[in-house]
Design a protein around this ligand. Structure first.
Ligand code: ZN
Length: 78
């Protein structure tokens, strides 16, 4: 699969019951993103996507970052 944040090749670690994707990317690390935010993420420029992931990591502290509403909200303005 392609990493939806940086577009490099990444591994898909999505469990079957998860409504979204769990990504393992060499560049971005491990994170997950719900289905409903995938399109929203893809609509952003790379810099915006990185910013969203950065926010997710900030919120998650040491857990696996999860890209959700919060990451977009207080987010990035071009
Ligand atoms: Zn990536």
């Amino acid at each position: 699969m392609r990493c939806p944040v940086c577009d490099n090749s990444a591994r898909d670690h999505t469990p079957s019951e998860f409504h979204g994707i769990v990504v393992s990317c060499a560049t971005c690390g491990n994170y997950d993103i719900a289905d409903e935010y995938l399109d929203e993420l893809r609509a952003l420029e790379t810099a915006g996507r990185l910013e969203v992931l950065r926010k997710a990591k900030q919120f998650a502290k040491f857990a696996r970052p999860s890209i959700n509403r919060h990451c977009f909200k207080c987010g990035y303005s071009p």
